[in-house]
Design a protein around this ligand. Structure first.
Ligand code: IPD
Ligand code: CA
Length: 273
């Protein structure tokens, strides 16, 4: 897919973020939906954010897989804003309109919108989805992390690179799930928004991010952040041998991302056991 088309998809993500931010700005009650929610720990803010982002993505003709609204859009619809030279790629946007919604509902200022657009070249129905565009926006500070499949990862327009930390005993590691006793890292965090934690690995603030214990993440939690990490030079593995690019409402992955293969090996060694 040509650069112009990727940039057009990135523009869509930016518009979706603008609309989401505007919708949340006028929302007073961000609290839990309780029994009226469609899943555990769903909040009013999740639905408001979903409606705003979904509208932009769907107007552009994209099929969407969202944490809050599942699959929407016809299966094989092509992205209408693309130039003819895009050659009819099949596209899907994987959306978490509010990653870190428990943080958001409790006034912890660490949550984000996350969109990954993935594609399949024409006539390759059974081939795997390829991540094309990764976009994460910190909805508190407005920081934007972006990556295109053929380009560098950026934070607010500046190129970012992961850290050079290779040894677990020097690493600042962020985890989701319960790791049990300390496993030899220098320090650990658990911050409550996988999308943002991955972006912090991509820019070298954290050295690694991983699931721990039996905990796994959904594609909408990690796909955009994972592409940002990949384009910033990180390495990844899954502790459960799952394919993180497999899409489905029930797809889950025990993802582990680190600044390089050495650190990844150290971390999977202690977490995979
Ligand atoms: C959550 C965050 C969190 C992770 C949870 C996710 P949500 O996303 O990414 O870091 O530990 O498993 O569900 O539900 O706030 O969008
Ligand atoms: Ca969410």
């Amino acid at each position: 897919m040509i650069e112009e088309d990727l940039l057009s998809l990135l523009g869509l993500c930016q518009r979706a973020a603008n609309e989401t931010r505007a919708a949340l700005a006028s929302l007073r009650d961000w609290g839990p939906l309780g029994d009226s929610g469609s899943h555990k720990d769903q909040y009013k803010a999740d639905l408001v954010a979903d409606q705003a982002a979904l509208q932009i993505l769907r107007e552009a003709g994209l099929r969407v897989l969202s944490e809050e609204s599942g699959w929407t859009g016809p299966p094989a619809e092509r992205e209408k804003t693309l130039s003819k030279s895009a050659g009819g790629w099949e596209l899907v946007a994987v959306l978490d309109p509010l990653d870190g919604s428990t943080n958001a509902a409790r006034g912890i200022p660490f949550y984000a919108l996350s969109i990954c657009i993935l594609g399949k070249p024409p006539d390759q129905g059974q081939s795997p989805w390829v991540p094309l565009v990764g976009f994460v926006e910190d909805l508190v500070r407005g920081t934007r992390w972006q990556a295109l499949a053929n380009g560098q990862a950026t934070c607010n327009g500046q190129t970012i690179k992961c850290s050079s930390c290779e040894n677990l005993d020097q690493a600042l590691v962020s985890l989701t799930g319960d790791p049990g006793p300390a496993r030899g890292w220098r320090q650990m965090r658990s911050l409550g928004s996988a999308a943002l934690e991955l972006c912090l690995v991509a820019q070298g603030s954290l050295d690694a991010f991983s699931c721990a214990g039996s905990f796994s993440l959904a594609p909408w939690d990690y796909l955009a952040g994972l592409l940002v990490c990949l384009q910033a030079g990180c390495s990844w593995a899954t502790l459960d041998s799952s394919d993180p690019f497999f899409l489905g409402e029930k797809a889950r992955s025990q993802l582990c991302v680190a600044a390089n293969k050495g650190l990844l090996g150290g971390l999977t060694g202690v977490l995979g056991a």
